[in-house]
Design a protein around this ligand. Structure first.
Ligand code: ACO
Length: 311
């Protein structure tokens, strides 16, 4: 029986159809999805903090409205993704507990500080650009609810990237001080953006199995290369440079060559020792504790509605 189910699962994956919540799936497939989707959801939620930090200090009403909308979108992404983990039997409350207890990861990128308003533009351009590069292939991931969530999320991420690039274009048309501010932000965010794709393939413990299950559709290094190639012409148009002396076009490969990020720094940040890790988690913990009364009220309301429907 299990053999039949396993064969059907393998066939569904191999034929590019989707696995749906009620389908049989190997335990490891379920565990891997919960791990990846939960980390992704946590990243969206923690990712609200570095930009939320600038909402009250945006330089104009227009920029404030854009930033507010973007940060709200990230909250929405987190919610779709937590809902996707629930279709696999996970409990959203437990996942949040694991996040604030440091037992589950979120993207390394959100542990860096946002020092100037130019960082808002660079996060939109480079960080959301990396997110799109990583997430567009996930629209074809083998698990249906995750793939469908990704389609909507990618559409919104495209808007986020464009608003960032437009903000930077505006600053680059401004004063020398503004141009310097943009270059400084690019210098600080370039390497952490490359780290978003995960460790090099030979150090990536999950890639091989996740590719076999078609959860991941590309390796970390493939996507990192694609990202570098797509970012270079955008940087040239903007008039900024990336802080990598090894970065240059290689006509034989048909790709850019580039240097390696500091992988020791990456593992430090992933292990909880980046510049803002403790601040980010403490803030999330406080928000969760402060929101306890809302969850209690919602649960009481739902119970009351259920009783009146039954009675
Ligand atoms: N930040 C934090 N942890 C990371 C990162 C990163 N940038 N990259 C890899 N890791 C972790 C992995 O989660 C894994 O840890 P675990 O096995 O304890 O769970 C470990 O490092 C080894 O990495 P991989 O084996 O390469 O992990 P995986 O196959 O899951 O690939 C990747 C990592 C590419 C991030 C993948 O999980 C993915 O595509 N996730 C969906 C996208 C996502 O989460 N984006 C979040 C940021 S974008 C945004 O929110 C705007």
């Amino acid at each position: 029986m299990v053999d039949d189910l396993a064969a059907r699962f393998e066939h569904t994956v191999a034929s590019e159809a989707r696995i749906e919540p009620r389908d049989w799936m190997p335990d490891g497939y379920r565990r891997t999805l919960i791990r990846q989707i939960a980390q992704h959801a946590h990243s969206e939620i923690i990712g609200m903090q570095p930009e939320g930090n600038w909402i009250s200090r945006a330089p104009s009403l227009r920029r404030k409205a854009i930033l507010l909308a973007k940060v709200q979108d990230e909250a929405g992404h987190g919610l779709y993704l937590y809902a996707a983990t629930e279709t696999l039997g996970a409990d959203r409350g437990e996942l949040t507990e694991k996040l604030i207890d440091g037992k589950q990861k979120y993207s390394s990128i959100f542990n860096y500080p946002t020092l100037t308003f130019a960082d808002m533009g660079v996060i939109g351009w480079l960080v959301d650009g990396a997110a799109i590069c990583n997430q567009v292939p996930l629209c074809r991931t083998s698990y249906g609810p995750y793939a469908r969530a990704m389609i909507r999320i990618c559409k919104e991420e495209s808007f986020h990237q464009r608003q960032g690039y437009e903000l930077l274009m505006t600053m680059m048309r401004g004063t020398q001080a503004q141009r310097d501010m943009v270059q400084d932000a690019v210098d600080r965010w370039w390497w952490p953006s490359l780290m978003m794709f995960g460790p090099p393939d030979e150090e990536s413990s999950n890639t091989e199995q996740s590719m076999a299950w078609r959860i991941k559709r590309n390796t970390n290094d493939e996507l990192r290369q694609k990202y570098v190639d797509m970012s270079m012409p955008q940087a040239a148009k903007l008039g900024v440079t990336f802080p990598d002396p090894e970065l240059k076009w290689n006509p034989e490969r048909g790709h850019h060559d580039f240097g390696q990020p500091d992988w020791e720094e990456f593992w430090q940040v992933v292990g909880g020792h980046g510049p803002c890790n403790s601040q980010r988690v403490a803030h999330r913990r406080k928000a969760h504790e402060d929101g306890a009364w809302v969850r209690e009220a919602a649960a009481a309301h739902a119970a009351k509605a259920r009783r009146s429907q039954e009675g």
